[in-house]
Ligand binder design. Structure first.
Ligand code: MSP
Length: 603
């Protein structure tokens, strides 16, 4: 029987549609789930919504709706967002689901019966946004540190959970299980806070009624966090997936998961989850993602940037190490889409399939082997940025190999087989992160996405060029990040960003043929070897400056990714770099004298 594996997202508050922050956690869990499926495990991936509590009641009131009616309208939008991001979950749990309500009441009764719940009175400073009380020390000038609005003074009769009783057991558990809370720096924060003091916490409310009634006192409803954490147990207690292998969330709610949740489980005698991992927080162009400041990006905006959900999935995992904070920018996403997904992966796939369609391929032993053990280790440690680094350097090697071996000249179709087999290996290992694109590549190259295919030779089959997997995206001008103010010396020269510079692809080219064009006194038609299958045609206004003889065999620098332009009925496929003096009376081509192959990158 396959090993079981369970991964969970937090259950999100359906007070609004989800944004890029929620998407991030959900994508990460999807990647973890897909990776473990690839390893052959029986995976259960749980996500859902946290629907009770004062926060939801307040927004529903504002919208003149009953809370249940309000959330019922939002849930399809969450499900739709996850579908658009290709999230393949097993259950979307809602805390209003019948089995969850029943489970919460059963657990409350059990905890009450064993003496861990008692009636007391609570007075404290409460933040409705967080649905929790704060101590004065935790507030910033009386404001909630997360929502930046005043905490309100609440006083109510309330049932309490004896959290203090579990202090020693929790600390002992953390110490005996060093990998239970991750990453390390946040684990240490939890340990030091728990060591300081652990107070009992209030688990019931009487001031409003949108929640699950306590089975032993129906005037009280259950505190939303006690209710919410139990979702993990509701969904898995009867199907063999408890304890979960990993709960993923951001640092904002790490405390609830690391302290309240294990203590509740200890109280009912259930095993603890194996790992609780907190990632960082995303900002949007360096500002907090917040609706009130308009710094928010919803799922349609996110996917709409490139029209491909895989670009968003790739960007979010590549941009920052898992566990660290990250900054989201539309510009950075589009740049990664163009420069990495399109220029590296897309280019390799298109080039290889075009060549195979034309010349076929011949089976041979492919000595390029991706380092599976390393990639496995990185995935299992949630080091997704490093997984992508490894796979993309493998892509770079495959592109270089093709470029150096020039199978279009040598007609050595064994080279094409080796590259196609390399594409197979890297696609299988990329599939948890960009599943849609990998599925297309696998279909095109006729292999299955499965680990045992990694070492099987690729079947020689008819491979066709196929549709482009990624297409170039221009960044709308209004979305370009304005550069920082610059020193006087740079004023007036039209500053560009580093990202702009990296878009220019400069290559060493060698002029092979120089022809004149009838009726064009200034132009030459040049044929230039850029190490590509075919020489490029470039029209250049050099006729009054250089003789044809002087130009022949000269090694020049070509802007190779300039959009082609028709001049005099001829398509010009690039431009040459030249130095021009201030009154434009002199022009000298920039040329290369060293020994380097045509097509080499100038950087
Ligand atoms: N309902 C609770 C969770 C209960 S789990 C038993 C809740 N909901 S939430 O809608 O506020 O979601 C918080 C989670 O959303 C974060 O922990 C994180 O997973 C994700 N994120 C929301 N905004 C985010 C960022 N700006 N950056 C990263 N993750 C973000 O808390």
């Amino acid at each position: 029987m396959a090993e079981k594996f369970c991964v969970t997202t937090p259950i999100y508050y359906p007070n609004d549609i989800p944004h890029v922050g929620h998407a991030y956690t959900t994508i990460v869990c999807d990647v973890i789930s897909r990776w473990n499926k690839l390893l052959g495990k029986d995976v259960y991936f749980l996500t859902g919504t946290d629907e009770h509590g004062k926060k939801i009641q307040e927004v529903a009131d504002k919208n003149n709706k009953k809370p249940k009616e309000f959330v019922d309208e939002l849930i399809p939008k969450f499900k739709d967002a996850w579908k658009k991001l290709n999230i393949d979950y097993n259950r979307f749990i809602r805390t209003t689901d019948e089995d969850h309500v029943k489970n919460v009441q059963e657990v409350l009764q059990k905890v009450y019966d064993n003496g861990d719940i008692y009636l007391g009175e609570y007075e404290g400073l409460y933040c409705v946004g967080c649905e929790r009380y704060y101590t004065e020390k935790e507030l910033e000038d009386g404001n909630c540190p997360i929502h930046k609005r005043p905490a309100i003074l609440l006083k109510e009769k309330s049932y309490f959970f004896r959290l203090s009783k579990y202090k020693d057991r929790l600390l002992e558990y953390y110490n005996k299980n060093p990998d239970f809370l991750q990453p390390k720096k946040r684990r240490n924060e939890i340990i030091s806070k728990v060591s300081e003091e652990l107070k009992d916490f209030s688990i019931s409310r009487t001031s409003f009624d949108w929640g699950i009634p306590l089975p032993f006192d129906s005037k009280h409803i259950c505190y939303v966090w006690f209710d919410a954490l139990l979702n993990y147990y509701t969904a898995t207690k009867d199907n063999g997936f408890w304890p979960a292998d990993v709960h993923i969330m951001a640092k904002d709610i790490f405390w609830f998961h690391s302290v309240y949740w294990p203590a509740i489980l200890m109280s009912i005698g259930e095993p603890l989850p194996k790992k609780i991992f907190s990632h960082g927080y995303w900002t949007f162009n360096k500002e907090k993602i917040s609706k009130s400041r308009g710094k928010i990006i919803n799922i349609d905006d996110l996917i709409g940037l490139t029209g491909n959900c895989d670009s968003a999935r790739y960007f979010l995992l590549r941009q920052t190490a898992f566990g660290e904070d990250g900054d989201f920018s539309e510009e950075a996403l589009i740049n990664r889409h163009n420069n990495e997904l399109l220029n590296k992966l897309g280019n390799l796939v298109t080039r290889t399939s075009t060549l195979i369609e034309k010349y076929g391929m011949t089976k041979t032993n492919n000595h390029f082997k991706i380092d599976f053990d390393l990639i496995k280790k990185l995935y299992n440690n949630f080091e997704f940025d490093k997984v992508l680094n490894e796979i993309f350097s493998f892509i770079d090697s495959a592109n270089e190999y093709l470029q150096n071996k020039k199978p279009w000249e040598t007609k050595d179709t064994k080279i094409l087989y080796e590259v196609a087999d390399s594409i197979k290996q890297l696609t299988i290992l990329l599939s948890p992160i960009i599943p849609g694109s990998c599925k297309k590549i696998a279909k095109q190259f006729n292999f299955k996405i499965a680990l045992d295919e990694l070492n099987k030779p690729l079947e020689v089959s008819k491979i066709k060029k196929g549709d482009y997997i990624f297409t170039r995206v221009e960044l709308p001008q209004e979305k370009v990040n304005k550069p920082e103010p610059v020193k006087e010396i740079m004023e007036g020269v039209g500053i560009i960003n580093y990202e702009d510079w990296t878009k220019v692809d400069l290559r060493v080219g060698q002029i092979k043929k120089v022809e004149t064009i009838e009726g064009a006194d200034k132009l030459y038609k040049l044929s230039i070897d850029l190490g590509e299958e075919k020489e490029r045609t470039i029209l250049s206004g050099l006729r009054e400056i250089y003789s044809a003889d002087k130009l022949k065999e000269m090694k020049v620098i070509v802007i190779s990714n300039l959009a082609p332009r028709k001049m005099r009925g001829i398509m010009s496929e690039g431009m040459l770099l030249a130095a021009v003096n201030s009154d434009e009376s002199k022009c000298v081509l920039v040329s290369i004298s060293g020994d380097i192959e045509n097509g080499s990158k100038v950087c």
